[in-house]
Design a protein around this ligand. Structure first.
Ligand code: OAD
Length: 237
């Protein structure tokens, strides 16, 4: 195990696409079929909590049925050779189910519910739906443990600290179009190479090494290549 150099991985919906979970902005993605302002904002929750719950209940069932793919498993292998921290925008639990341990969920986790009056009251759902009338210990309606648009991202500061210390940054399956997550790339130190695996990007940042491939093929290929070359391989600069 190389204890000196540290790899930070930022993942988005694309890493789970080949597990059968829809991305958001690809053609036919979730935001083609639903309006963000109807299902993923505090305002939507105030106007129509039943619709918001239904949207996340359907997605939770899809997550429950999905299995981690070769890209999730390759990251577990990577972590047995290097210190690895995963920052994910995904609300699925496929990194954890593959066996990854250091996973920071920037946008929450769909397998949990939380109180709508006290964000410290968080409950495991175990795959169950949240229904209107399900309440927290303080008697108020449970909501999905998800960071919605127009809400702050409580884990962002922690994520910036990780990226600031990265010796290599591996970005997988994100369009880099949602802030503040997309700005994490700006916190990478000068010496830190940035590898991106995604068929398309919203904007292409400067100085990245871009693999325009799908994650389940390219991530294991890249990680195997690094492991064959030796421990310095991800850190060429
Ligand atoms: P997007 O849907 O915006 O972007 C998905 C990215 O994955 C695109 O760049 C695709 O090219 C890429 N992609 C598609 N299939 C892939 C595959 N098989 N392998 C690798 N890459 C693939 O998803 P995110 O960037 O994750 O937030 O979206 C960020 C946030 O926007 C989400 O966390 C969610 C959403 O609104 C909230 O809901 C708060």
């Amino acid at each position: 195990m190389n204890t000196q150099k540290h790899i930070v991985v930022l993942t988005g919906a694309g890493i789970s696409a080949e597990s059968g979970l829809s991305t958001f902005r690809d053609s036919g993605g979730l935001w083609d079929n639903y309006a963000i302002e109807d299902v993923a904002t505090p305002d939507a929750w105030r106007r129509n909590p039943g619709l918001v719950l239904e949207f996340y209940n359907v997605r939770r069932q899809a997550v429950r049925k999905a299995q981690p793919n070769a890209a999730h498993f390759a990251l577990v292998e990577l972590a047995s050779h290097y210190p690895v921290d995963i920052i994910t925008q995904n609300v699925d639990d496929l990194h954890e189910r593959a066996g990854s341990t250091d996973v920071l969920h920037l946008h929450g986790v769909i397998t949990k519910a939380r109180s709508s009056v006290d964000e410290r009251l968080i409950y495991e759902l175990g795959g169950n739906d949240i229904k209107l009338g399900d309440v927290c210990a303080k008697g108020s309606q449970l909501r999905p443990h998800i960071v919605w648009f127009d809400e702050s991202v409580p884990e962002f500061a922690k994520a910036t600290q990780l990226v600031k210390k990265a010796d290599a940054l591996l970005i997988i399956g994100t369009s880099l179009s949602v802030y503040p997550a997309a700005s994490l790339i700006d916190y990478a130190p000068d010496h830190c190479p940035i590898y991106v695996v995604a068929p398309d990007l919203n904007t292409v940042p400067d100085n990245i090494i871009w693999y325009r491939e799908k994650a389940a093929l390219q991530v294991p290929k890249l990680i195997n290549h690094w492991l064959e070359l030796g421990i310095a391989a991800p850190f060429p600069r």
